[in-house]
Design a protein around this ligand. Structure first.
Ligand code: SAM
Length: 290
């Protein structure tokens, strides 16, 4: 029985183990059963699924995942939480806890071992200080992923969802939307956590595209162009590309390419859609390989 979502039970566990929250690990534990149920429901976890949980904390969401999934692996960096997890998860025989930094774990090998290389579900209330590297790591390392359902800072969830013409639009929006369909499924206020974070949170589900939505000859080149154009947000796209140490193209080639795209040479990167970044990178690729 999942019991930790009730604040009194969380407090009892924290007191029993004299647990001290570590700010550097982004520890804000969920204490709201409705939010926990909503996360599990949005993730669509079934008894067929292998689920990777990042940062189980004291095991609150892990308990729900163990009830819903076939098998769960939970990766927790804080060694002080391991004996607590052994206790709170003792009723479940379908969970493995790994004491490691998620950024150092070979998730592809884990998916192979636990799920025969079939797409896995990732569910997490993420430590906010490393949200972007975790998400990008999951996508870029070509781990077989079905979906990622995560609690993140509200502002970051917004950035993942928006398109050109908004101030939140940037490299994260484009990267997420290249790999997945984002959908915010709940907004979560600070009082659903212990301790309370200083920011609002949101649960977002990223459903991996079966096929990427645009045709790109060289993915790495497209992402170099995207990074370069948002690194210097207030500059024009041409200047951003020209000043980037990652891109070695003459000013003339850059300007010609932007014109071929059908945009004025003084266009800003933030005006371009994913389709246009893909097209621009294909134009530049051709020029580089002519
Ligand atoms: N899942 C729990 C919950 O919802 O109550 C805890 C969520 S808390 C926001 C984030 C958790 O991630 C903490 O337990 C923290 O120790 C863990 N964590 C932080 N950095 C990590 C990393 N690099 N690798 C694995 N876990 C990490």
């Amino acid at each position: 029985m999942a019991t930790l979502g009730i604040p009194a039970n969380t407090i009892a566990v924290l007191q029993k183990y004299k647990f001290n929250f570590q700010k550097k690990f982004g520890q804000n534990f969920l204490i709201d059963t409705h939010v926990l149920e909503k996360i599990i429901e949005s993730a669509g976890v079934t008894k067929d699924d292998f689920v990777l949980e990042i940062g189980p904390g004291i095991g609150t969401m892990t308990q729900y995942l163990c009830e819903a999934a076939r098998e769960v692996t939970a990766v927790e960096i804080d060694t002080n939480l391991i004996p607590i997890l052994e206790d709170t998860l003792s009723a479940y025989d379908n969970v493995t806890v790994i004491n490691q930094d998620i950024l150092k774990l070979d998730i592809k090998a884990l998916a192979e071992e636990k799920n025969g290389g079939r797409p896995i579900k990732v569910v997490a209330n993420l430590p906010y200080y490393i949200t972007t590297p975790i998400i990008m790591g999951l996508f870029e390392s070509h781990v077989p992923i079905d979906s990622i359902t995560i609690m993140v800072q509200k502002e970051v969830a917004d950035r993942m969802q928006v398109g050109p013409g908004t101030k939140e639009y940037g490299a994260l929006s484009l990267a997420v939307q290249y790999y997945a369909k984002p959908e915010i499924v709940a907004n979560v206020p600070p009082n659903c956590f212990m301790p309370r974070p200083n920011v609002g949170s949101a649960v977002i589900r990223l459903t991996r595209h079966e096929q990427v939505p645009v045709e790109v000859t060289d993915e790495k080149l497209m992402f170099r162009l995207i990074r370069a154009s948002f690194n210097q947000r207030r500059k024009t796209l041409a200047n951003g590309l020209n000043n980037s140490p990652e891109i070695h193209l003459s000013k003339e080639v850059i300007q010609q390419s932007i014109e071929e795209l059908g945009e004025p040479v003084n266009v800003r990167g933030e005006k371009l859609s994913l389709e246009q970044f893909a097209e621009l990178s294909n134009i530049i690729y051709k020029k580089l390989h002519a």
